[in-house]
Design a protein around this ligand. Structure first.
Ligand SMILES: *Cc1c(COP(=O)(O)O)cnc(C)c1O
Length: 345
């Protein structure tokens, strides 16, 4: 989280604006909260370069609720959806959908432990209800830098790389992001849906699980996550202030620094060899054996570097270089890696 956002959020917990009360006490039906919702929706559209043909929603239930709602709303009994299986979350999204209807895996790199992106399918037929992709694979560290053709409406999980760089958002019928990586605090989720795609959603659903009902009620169908939406608004303001171009430049520099160190290392090995498949958000790497892995973790711990243990499914190490991480933190990590190497070889 950016320091400025933490500062503003903690102020609001004590006293929010001129209300005299805490943001935690604010009614989700108050004018103040409606202003928060409206400003955040405007900022999302501005930052994405999308217009009034899209609806912006704040929801709860994280990424996984979207995994459920997308097939429930858009996959009908006779149809099929396509999924690109590029990592753990992409796989989970497909499995959730397969519980509900026909969810075809059009490409997968699972057998290679997701250490590269599969080839984009030659043809994505328009007969599919949608094609679901995961733009950045958080656990294994791959990221689509170019998005291929799709005859079917494109739906993307952008949980771990939204607003990390320039992107043509108009290509998507829908995209969503759980806030906890680049967009605020856990418990809030952004979903953006193009109106012509929304029109295809089923009507006969319980309102909480219906995108149409949530859009109709402007994100306050039930008691909203007031604080979570506010923290996302603060994050959006921070992103706008900084500018996506600057954020992208910094993210490229951070990732290059770390990948260069990995590529020239005798001790550490990057999980993803193919440079054009590498994630700028999550850099995954390993050491030769478990003993060395433990030694490096302790080495880092003693030098105040935390949170670089890999995901429990992938093992090894993962440095997550989300927007709020500063270049100096990556420089420090690389210096510590070099220091470790010097004493290890
Ligand atoms: C973290 C993450 C999720 C998980 O979201 P939850 O909010 O925990 O359900 C989904 N997709 C991607 C790409 C993620 O990085």
């Amino acid at each position: 989280m950016p320091a400025e956002v933490l500062h503003e959020a903690s102020k609001a917990v004590k006293k929010f604006g001129s209300t005299g009360s805490s943001i935690l006490e604010l009614s989700h039906r108050s004018k103040e909260f409606m202003d928060i919702v409206e400003e955040s929706k405007t900022l999302v559209k501005q930052l994405c370069g999308i217009g009034s043909d899209y609806d912006v929603l704040w929801m709860q239930g994280g990424g996984r609720l979207q995994f459920c709602m997308i097939p429930m709303n858009f996959l009908d009994a006779k149809g099929a959806a396509g999924y690109l299986d590029t990592g753990h979350w992409a796989d989970e999204a497909q499995q959730y959908a397969a519980n509900y209807g026909k969810a075809d895996v059009l490409a997968s790199s699972k057998k290679a432990n997701y250490n590269h992106l599969p080839e984009w399918p030659k043809k994505v037929p328009a007969s599919l209800s949608y094609l679901h992709i995961t733009t950045n694979n958080t656990i294994y560290g791959t990221q689509w830098q170019t998005i291929g053709e799709s005859g079917a409406p494109l739906v993307a999980d952008m949980s771990s790389d939204i607003f990390s760089g320039k992107r043509d958002y108009t290509r998507y019928a829908m995209f969503y992001a759980a806030a906890q990586k680049n967009l605020g605090a856990a418990g809030n989720t952004l979903a953006v849906i193009r109106k012509d795609f929304l029109a295809r959603a089923k009507n006969e659903l319980p309102p909480m699980l219906s995108y149409k009902a949530n859009v109709k009620e402007n994100s306050i169908l039930n008691t909203a996550n007031v604080f979570g939406v506010y923290v996302s608004l603060l994050t959006l303001r921070w992103i706008k202030e900084k500018g996506i171009a600057t954020i992208e430049k910094e993210n490229k520099a951070k990732a290059k620094l770390l990948y260069d160190a990995l590529d020239s290392s005798k001790v550490f090995t990057p999980h993803v060899k193919e440079k054009t498949h590498r994630s700028r958000m999550n850099v995954c790497f390993t050491t030769a054996n478990a003993k060395q892995e433990k030694a490096f973790l302790e080495f880092c711990d003693a030098r105040d570097i935390t949170g670089i243990k890999g995901h429990r499914l992938a093992g090894g190490f993962r440095a997550s270089l989300y927007n709020a991480i500063e270049l100096s933190s990556v420089e420090r990590l690389v210096a510590v890696m070099k220091e470790f190497e010097a004493q290890a070889v």
